[in-house]
Design a binder for this molecule. Structure first.
Ligand code: HPA
Length: 273
């Protein structure tokens, strides 16, 4: 058995000792989107540092714990705080929690993130359902010897974001009278925001939004056959006329402002899953 599989099993065993229910949905919350956890009827919180082999989160706006409880009538596990490659974690560490949640028993993964808009019709505060992604030099977490227990060597990536979940989310958004965009998320390493030339290039290459997370998590989920739904909050506009700059604070504020809509869509999606 590989070291990573042993580590996951020991993390899962520890969690199961502390919380005996089986979550059916896993949730990853992006920058500035952590107050979503206030919606969960919390049954157990486990700080990352308490879990064997779990990485520990460092970025502002990420608190760092697994939250277990009930939401929309379902048992869920939410990651308050995720791990980014730019923080210095290995790809194995970035996807470790995704694998742990799968081994805890989840059957669907919901992901949120903050992203920079590149599609010319986007504005700050928009929600974008991710219908595909482009990895822009983010290291693939499946490099190295394949762990067959997770999945096969060459996973198909024709539908990393499940169409049926996207359709359900659009119906929920329409019923709530929300205008929701959809598009291609470009995953970059960061931690710099893009130059003006880079935003333009990524848009020409087919990207609608760009961010520093998600792609590696989704690859690990697809590898394990775990259905994914993901949504970006557009927190800044990369391609713009004015001379303004982008700050992390502005990203967090825009995410907070858009959060209620994202929360509603996630909650209702969980209800119908
Ligand atoms: N670029 C990359 N990552 C981001 C951005 C951006 O403009 N906004 C929020 N995360």
């Amino acid at each position: 058995m590989s070291v990573v599989l042993q580590e996951i099993q020991s993390a899962v065993a520890f969690i199961k000792n502390n919380y005996t229910e089986t979550p059916v949905i896993g949730i990853v919350l992006g920058s500035g989107l952590g107050s979503f956890t206030g919606e969960i009827k919390i049954e157990k919180e486990i700080p990352y540092e308490a879990i064997p082999h779990f990485p520990v989160s460092t970025v502002e706006g990420h608190s760092g714990k697994l939250i277990f409880g009930e939401l929309s009538g379902k048992k869920v596990v939410a990651m308050a705080g995720r791990f980014h490659y730019y923080e210095g974690y290995s790809t194995q560490e970035v996807v470790f929690p995704i694998r742990v949640m799968k081994y805890l028993g989840i059957s669907t993964l919901l992901i949120s993130n903050a992203a920079g808009g590149m599609n010319k019709s986007f504005k700050v505060g928009d929600l974008m359902i991710i219908n595909d992604h482009i990895s822009m030099l983010t290291l693939n977490p499946l490099l190295g010897k394949n762990e067959e227990a997770f999945g096969k060597r060459f996973p198909d990536m024709s539908e990393p974001y499940r169409k049926d979940l996207i359709d359900k989310a659009f119906s929920i958004a329409a019923a709530a009278n929300y205008e929701v965009k959809q598009g291609v998320y470009v995953g970059v390493t960061g931690p710099t925001f893009e130059t003006r030339a880079e935003y333009k290039m990524l848009n020409v290459l087919g990207g609608d939004a760009v961010g520093m997370s998600t792609v590696q998590e989704v690859i690990a989920a697809v590898h394990m056959g775990l259905p994914v739904f993901a949504m970006s909050v557009i927190t800044d506009i990369g391609i713009r006329e004015e001379e303004n700059t982008i700050t992390h604070e502005e990203v967090l504020q825009a995410a907070k402002d858009a959060e209620p809509k994202l929360t509603h869509i996630f909650k209702e999606l969980i209800r119908v899953l």
